[in-house]
Each structure stands twice: as C-alpha cells, then as structure tokens.
Design a protein around this ligand. Sequence first.
Ligand code: SAM
Length: 264
Amino acid sequence: MDKVKAKKEFGQNFLKDDSVLNKIIQSMPHNNNHIVEIGPGLGDLTKNLVKYKDVTAYEVDTDLIGILKSKFAKELESKKFTLKHIDVLKAWDELNSLHNGKYDLIANLPYYIATNIILRAFEDDLCEHIIVMVQKEVAEKFTAKVNDKEYSSLGIITETISKDSRILFDVPPEAFDPMPKVISSILYIKKDLSKKFDKDFNKFLKSCFVQPRKKLSKNLSSIVDKNKISTIFEDLNLNDNLRPHEVSASLYSQMYTKVKDGRD
Ligand code: SAM
C-alpha cells in the first residue's frame, strides 16, 4: 500500500478489494457521459474508471494530490483525467455544476458528508447517474418506500426526482483499509432530468417528519394553519390519524402543491 496514513477527519477508508472495484465498474451506465469522482484517495477506483471514460476528480487532501499526480501523469497529460484540489462542497458553491456537460457521479464517498453530496448531486442538473458507496443505513434511507421503517424525506425526494433507485450490493468492512466500523452499500440512482429538485419541497418534507411517530397533521401544524390542514386532508381523502411514514411520495407532492396554493 502507498505510504500514507489514512486521515479520519477526511473519512478515508481506501477500497482495496478488486472484486468490489470490478462490480462497481460493471454497474457503470453505457452512455457517453463524463465521470465525476469525489475523493479519488489513492486512485484505486480512478485507475479502473479512466480505462473506460474521461474522469474529473475532486480531492481535498493535499498529501494525496502529489500521489495522484504521479500515478496518473500520463492520463493528466492526455486530459483523460482532470484533478481538482478542492473541497467538493466549496467547488459546488463556486461552480453550480461539477462538470460542463452531462456526467455520472461514481465514487466511494467520504461518509461524513455523503448525504449532503447526494443532495447536491440531485440539485445539479447535469448529473444523470449517481453510483456511490455509502453507509448501508444511508443507502436504505435513499431507497426507502412508503411504510418502510427507513422511509423519510430522503426516500421521498429520491422517488420524486428519479427514474430508478436501488441498492446494488453490500460491501463488508474487510474490503477497506483501514476497515470502517459499518457495513457499506453501493447506491444506484438514475435521475429523471426533466424533474427539478425543489429545496422548499425538501424543507416541507423535513417538517412533516420532524417527529416521525407523531400524527402527520400534528407535525404539519407548525408550518400550516390548522383549518388549511383539515381542508387539504379532506380534499386528498386522508385520515387525520396518518403517521408520516404512511403517506406515499405522490401524495406528499400533491399536499405540498396545496400548501403552496395561496402562498405564492
Ligand atoms: N476513492 C478512494 C477509494 O475508493 O479508495 C477513497 C475513498 S475515501 C472513503 C474518501 C475520499 O474522499 C478520501 O480520499 C478523502 O480525502 C476525500 N474527501 C473527504 N472529504 C472531501 C471533500 N470535502 N472534498 C473532496 N474530497 C474529500
């Protein structure tokens, strides 16, 4: 292994299992999209990605930049590989999009900011596919459907803006160096590029789930007038005893449209 000490503060767990790396590569969509990788680390996934497509990678750790530059000197020169030394969240703030054409995000994400990164990728109109390694519990939240234990705003947003979302497979701690304390999963999301991510809808959903075991109408009462809630529940034929996890993504969308009515 390259002589670097993994840094906890950057969520560094380097993927070392070739069979997992191969399975990620096999799941790559067959299209002409560019690849964006967040956190190339020591370059093990990158090495496989650049065999097939042009890649732009964002890495925050200065110590890794030198290693990557020498490992990928040929690909950097031929422009098959572009390396950006920056915190990816800042890059998004500065650029809006991580690439200037359609791209797929493929990465073994730093877990401490994985949810944030996926939500940014939802907002980024040029990002079409998301294939990322995350903590298993996080993957379950993004793919949860109505009545599932893990169902929350994340599952609803994903269902609203995607054509397909699945967990492809789980990855045990032994596949990494150093080993994380958790099981990981590869999360696959194909976005529907005709749908826009609506930050206000996301905020609305968070309020709906603020106390997940309480009645939905009770949670809603902190942001919507009680009479309006009754009218909306009546219009949509919803029972007042419903809990937040019992309402489908499409009903949440309809409810949100009605809540907004009169506010715009
Ligand atoms: N891709 C490598 C692999 O599979 O072995 C490394 C994955 S490791 C889980 C996460 C990587 O993300 C590390 O290289 C870490 O330095 C990088 N990283 C952490 N925070 C970052 C940030 N805010 N912006 C860009 N890269 C970041």
